[in-house]
Design a protein around this ligand. Structure first.
Ligand SMILES: [Fe+2]
Length: 279
């Protein structure tokens, strides 16, 4: 079993914040004592029974079976080893950074460079591919605070980001290739990267589709979703972004998230507790 990004307490906290439920509200509606709910949100082991899971899921509009699986730690996605992607650590951040190597045209695409850049430089130096784009999914430091260092070393690489989040790059904002929902950018040959605006975690959060791989940033995780921290966008927006933009992608699409293990659209439609209306 691969460890998931979010435990049951994280799932509860995000759903309660999104629905504006306090522990007392949820206790009143579900019959589960508030002190137990509060303990789970603080990170204490969640020992909810199946009946309690069902009652909580009903109130918070979660998928009962998937929430019960999360509590019992019964599910994680199948292990995926992507043949074209390097996944590197971004210490001191816990975020995932990726490099997609396109063999056909010897181009490299970097996603969300953050933290100490040395491992990124090493990965790029190992293969003599041309770094064409630096894709940034959103403005949080654990996804973009190494962009300046990388861009300085690779001045030909274009930084790609949604305009609503690009201010996070400071002076580099002026050089950003601004993408909006549905925009495509070419990569060598006939390959394109498609930008999907998926607001909710931040207003400019963007997922990028390259061939049959989706880089979902902090919008969609295996078995969870990102927190709703937008100034203009909301919890409902992040759910709509996923249901309307990501769950309509082919089921075999591989999802490489900003935190936690890779997954697929098919697995998330079935197992993600935030989407009760998908089988
Ligand atoms: Fe984030």
């Amino acid at each position: 079993m691969l460890p998931l990004e979010d435990d049951p307490g994280d799932i509860l906290r995000k759903a309660m914040n999104g629905r504006r439920f306090t522990a007392d509200h949820l206790a009143h509606g579900s019959g589960v004592p508030a002190h137990r709910i509060s303990a789970w949100i603080r990170g204490e082991p969640c020992d909810a029974t199946r009946e309690e899971c069902d009652a909580i899921a009903h109130i918070l509009d979660l998928k009962p079976s998937a929430f019960a699986d999360a509590v019992a730690r019964r599910w994680s996605p199948h292990s995926i080893v992507h043949p074209h992607i390097d996944t590197h650590v971004q210490a001191p951040h816990p975020s995932n950074g990726y490099v997609y190597f396109l063999d056909s045209c010897k181009r490299a695409i970097l996603v969300d460079p953050a933290g100490i850049a040395e491992p990124i430089f090493r990965v790029l130096a190992d293969k003599a591919y041309h770094l064409q784009y630096i894709l940034v999914t959103h403005k949080h430091a654990d996804h973009c605070d190494a962009v300046a260092e990388i861009a300085h070393a690779f001045p030909d690489a274009r930084i790609v980001m949604h305009p609503l989040d690009a201010h996070a790059l400071g002076p580099l904002e002026a050089s950003v290739l601004r993408v909006r929902d549905g925009d495509t950018i070419p990569v060598g040959d006939e390959t394109v990267i498609r930008a999907l605006h998926t607001p909710g975690h931040t207003d400019g959060s963007t997922s990028y589709l390259l061939q049959s791989t989706l880089f979902s940033g902090d919008t969609l995780f295996a078995g969870s979703v990102g927190g709703a921290y937008g100034e203009l966008s909301t919890y409902d927006d992040i759910l709509h972004s996923i249901e309307g933009r990501l769950f309509t992608l082919p089921e075999e699409t591989i999802v490489m998230p900003g935190h936690g293990p890779p997954t697929t659209i098919a697995e998330e439609r079935i197992h993600n507790p935030f989407f009760p209306h998908h089988l």
